[in-house]
Design a protein. Structure first.
Ligand SMILES: Cc1cc2nc3c(=O)[nH]c(=O)nc-3n(C[C@H](O)[C@H](O)[C@H](O)COP(=O)(O)OP(=O)(O)OC[C@H]3O[C@@H](n4cnc5c(N)ncnc54)[C@H](O)[C@@H]3O)c2cc1C
Length: 555
């Protein structure tokens, strides 16, 4: 791989486990691959119309295959922008909502579709305007970190120093420069050291934090870095958090104006400029007569060697290849999957995958009243709010002075999400308003609410069972097995032809970039199986996997 980048090159989601330049692969003028004419029009089943499924379907269609997309619930999957009734396009982002600039493969599609973006109103950023941090009953108002008491800067510095103890600076420099040998050498050394250890262990044992009080650790857990508290990730493997910071996923985040669901839905409707085999104007929507097929209920090996898919209505059809993009727990709960399609080692990985819980509760309000300046204090009426109370994170979305605005009253994970799980929408809103009343005793939020609230608990939805993967210590081997499964030449024939992609197959769960990158791996795998090839000047992930793929740890 070349190392032409400079020290100021941007941080991107370039590995670190598999440092393949997916963004360059997508941009290359010669395209991703070509298939023999005999393969053109071959049907490939895609299970799930989320981002991973639709990226794969779109790219396979461009190469001349015929993707057949199955969806059990809503198109877009965890990119779900639910409109408020009567809100004239005002939406609640129920899944992914802030997209780091480092997600270059994801933004390839955002730009292709001509969508607009805006800085996301994260804590202490100019886009938020002001931020309130309320911990242990003490409320601080700030526009930047410098406005907060010294404890907060000490926590930020300790986090930076703790990362330095791991050699973070060198690692990130290698990633910026796309210096693959150096990045691999540095990262692969850390994998066995940190796979077994949690982020809490990392913080508690670091020299930087051990010089400070327990309170510093606690504040790190509540306020964290970038986007909010990280205590709900404390039991996760440190490797997972390290990837987030290394690849810049927690910085420079943007929202998609009008809602991120436009990205998967846009790919469904978009007619690519150049396609092989299909007439101009062909889109996924036109190939499907406008709608996806129903949910999948069974996947089995057909007698002739193809893979048979059964849908909700009992229709059975056979395919040369199948790509499964739903959460892997659904392979044992929603879909009857022939056990022989995967090795027992792979089943172990699929079933041990661990999902995190997440709940969000949104209301639409008449206007962005929080921007009204209180004469007595000179402060905003209300601010983006991080707290140790029930709500945890409250985010404010201004759609312009003449439009109704949106408040995400509460965005919570894990235990805090479980506190909301059994409650109906109005009770969730009431609980959130009660908590916020303790921070803003004089602000009448309820008086501004219009329309019905929108809320979600991803773990309560049978088509998801959780928000996203959060790998535990000791899970690296499972990740590595699932991630590398698209390389099928060495698999027994009985296990070939079924591919996996999506958030939980990636090494960067909870970030859509991982769903896109694993989808592109699967595109390579399917093309390879059907006799296709990448241009010599534009090798694909499979050509480089043996040389720079994720390090394999012994079982
Ligand atoms: C609360 C939350 C917050 C997030 N925040 C961010 C963020 O800020 N930034 C970011 O980059 N990413 C974020 N993410 C992650 C991002 O949303 C995901 O990585 C991405 O949307 C996953 O896409 P996917 O295609 O892998 O899976 P999915 O979107 O889950 O798609 C899989 C599809 O399979 C369907 N399906 C299930 N069962 C069947 C069946 N039997 N037959 C057919 N179809 C089936 C599902 O309905 C679904 O549509 C967040 C996710 C959540 C839940």
């Amino acid at each position: 791989m070349t190392t032409t980048r400079t020290t100021t090159a941007p941080v991107t989601v370039f590995g670190p486990d598999f440092p393949f330049a997916f963004d360059d692969w997508l941009k290359h003028p010669q395209g991703l691959a070509t298939l023999p004419a005999s393969a053109h029009g071959t049907e490939v089943a895609i299970v799930g119309a989320g981002m991973a499924g639709l990226v794969a379907a779109y790219e396979l269609m461009k190469l001349g295959l015929k993707p057949v997309v199955f969806e059990a619930s809503r198109m877009g999957g965890r990119l779900r922008s639910q409109p408020f009734e009567g809100g004239q396009g005002v939406v609640a982002e129920l899944g992914g909502m802030r997209f780091p600039a480092s997600s270059t493969a994801f933004y390839h599609y955002v730009h292709l579709l001509g969508l607009q973006t805006q800085p996301f109103p994260n804590p202490l950023t100019p886009a938020a305007g002001s931020t309130v941090i309320d911990l242990e009953g003490q409320t601080h108002y700030a526009r930047s970190l410098a406005d907060l008491p010294p404890l907060f800067s000490e926590v930020a510095q300790a986090w930076a120093q703790a990362l330095d103890e791991l050699g973070f600076g060198d690692l990130q420099q290698a990633l910026r420069e796309r210096d693959v040998p150096r990045l691999k050498a540095l990262w692969d050394r850390l994998v066995p050291l940190w796979d077994d250890r949690t982020i809490y262990d990392f913080i508690a044992q670091s020299e930087a934090f051990s010089k400070l009080s327990f309170r510093h650790r606690e504040v790190f857990g509540q306020v964290g870095f970038g986007t909010g508290g990280w205590d709900s990730d404390f039991p996760n493997t440190m490797l997972e958090i390290l990837r987030v910071v290394l690849t810049g996923c927690d910085e420079d985040q943007h929202l998609i104006t009008g809602g991120v669901q436009q990205v998967p839905l846009g790919l469904w409707a978009h007619a690519p400029e150049h396609t092989t085999h299909w007439p101009p104007g062909t889109s996924l929507a036109s190939l499907h007569g406008g709608a996806t097929r129903a949910g999948v209920t069974a996947i089995a090996r057909a007698p002739g060697g193809q893979i048979a898919i059964t849908d909700t209505w009992g229709a059975v059809r056979e395919y040369a290849a199948v790509l499964v993009t739903c959460q892997t727990w659904l392979l044992t709960t929603q879909i009857a999957v022939d056990e022989s399609l995967f090795s027992q080692k792979m089943w172990m990985a699929l079933d041990r995958t661990r999902y995190m819980q997440s709940s969000k509760t949104f209301v639409m309000v008449d206007r962005p009243f929080w921007k009204d300046v209180v004469a007595a204090t000179g402060r905003d009426t209300m601010s983006m709010t991080l707290t140790d109370r029930l709500t945890r994170g409250t985010y404010l979305f201004d759609n312009g002075p003449d439009k109704p605005a949106v408040i995400c009253l509460s965005y919570a994970w894990m235990s805090d999400a479980l506190k909301m799980l059994p409650h109906p929408p109005h009770k969730r809103v009431q609980l959130a308003l009660d908590a916020l009343k303790k921070i803003y005793p004089t602000v009448d939020i309820a008086g501004h609410i219009v329309g019905d609230p929108i809320t979600i608990s991803w773990e309560a939805d049978p088509y998801f069972l959780g928000a996203f993967k959060g790998a535990l210590p000791g899970h690296y081997r499972y990740n590595q097995r699932m991630y590398g499964h698209f390389m099928q030449d060495a698999l027994p024939a009985a296990e070939r032809g079924i591919f996996l992609a999506g958030d939980d197959v990636s090494f960067t769960p909870a970030w859509v970039e991982g769903a896109v990158q694993t989808s592109l791996n699967a595109v390579w795998g399917i093309v390879h199986q059907l006799g296709g090839q990448c241009p010599a000047d534009n090798p694909g992930p499979g050509e480089l996997f043996a040389a720079i793929g994720p390090v394999v740890l012994p079982d």
